[in-house]
Design a protein around this ligand. Structure first.
Ligand SMILES: Nc1nc2c(ncn2[C@@H]2O[C@H](COP(=O)(O)OP(=O)(O)OP(=O)(O)O)[C@@H](O)[C@H]2O)c(=O)[nH]1
Ligand SMILES: [Mg+2]
Length: 255
């Protein structure tokens, strides 16, 4: 990150929300040259991508994948490890470096249940946050309300960790292949975000697919949203804090 401008993404989400699947899907789309708007340029973590994509070898032409990722566990349970991607944008040939952690959902669970936030300190340097939720829970009317509540808890916990001005937060909803994400649940999560000064955008994805939606749907658009971020700049010269600014302006006009 000291060498090149890098977009670090903070990825949170309960177990099974689809974090690993999303990263695998992005990697597979890039590997097959099917990633809308971008080409794969490089990765400093190819081995790690290969490792998490192992189960997806079955994803060949016309062969719809099923359960392809496994539960994430980490060798080091105190510190996040990152996957790296360098992408080239078709529109202007510009290169983008991204760092994304593949964290175990247990970390987010412990954040909700025990406010265990120490391991998430790195989120302070993230440009964009992906808040991942399991689309299956929101498609099931008996589980939707609880799933919304848990997502809001995560937003609330996140608000304590994130700096101000807030980085952009994207609600990434998985399993788009089984249906649309319910709008009322999104509204409710957005309102929780607004209470804490966060604007939450929505990005539905189908990392894999059992339905009519093509596998990888929404993933390239999520990355595009992520890379085109404008982090609001802090108010550099608030009048009341720096009265000398006026003196400086006066000096300028006098010369
Ligand atoms: N069809 C379909 N399957 C998905 C999608 N997203 C995730 N899955 C599947 O759902 C299961 C859970 O996804 P993971 O990506 O492993 O979940 P995770 O958030 O990494 O879970 P932990 O590592 O336990 O925290 C896996 O079997 C995935 O293959 C999706 O958008 N569509
Ligand atoms: Mg995982």
């Amino acid at each position: 990150m000291t060498k090149r401008h890098t977009t670090m993404v903070g990825i949170l989400g309960l177990p099974d929300s689809g974090k690993t699947a999303c990263l695998v899907s992005a990697y597979l789309l890039l590997a097959r040259g099917k990633f809308d708007g971008y080409d794969f340029a490089d990765s400093a973590s190819l081995m790690a991508f290969e490792q998490i994509s192992r189960g997806s070898r079955l994803w060949t032409e016309g062969d719809e994948p099923g359960q392809l990722t496994t539960h994430t566990e980490m060798a080091d349970d105190r510190q996040a490890g990152f996957l790296h991607l360098r992408l080239c944008r078709h529109a202007d040939g510009r290169f983008f470096d991204m760092l994304m952690p593949d964290l175990p959902g247990e970390w987010s669970k412990a954040l909700i249940e025990k406010s265990d936030s120490q391991r998430f300190a790195f989120l302070g340097s993230a440009s964009v946050i992906w808040l991942m939720v399991d689309g299956r829970m929101f498609a099931d009317t008996t589980k939707k309300r609880y799933a919304t509540y848990r997502a809001e808890m995560l937003v609330e916990r996140l608000s304590v960790i994130l700096p101000t001005p807030r980085p952009r937060v994207i609600l990434v909803t998985s399993w788009r292949d089984i249906g649309e994400f319910p709008e009322d649940a999104y509204q409710s999560i957005c309102e929780e975000g607004q209470k804490h000064g966060m604007q939450i955008a929505l990005a539905p994805i189908a990392s894999f697919s059992f339905g009519d939606v093509e596998p990888g749907h929404g993933v390239a658009s999520l990355i595009d949203m992520t890379l085109n971020h404008d982090r609001p700049l802090p108010d550099f010269w608030p009048e009341d804090q720096y009265p000398s600014k006026r003196a400086l302006n006066g000096f300028r006009s006098a010369t």
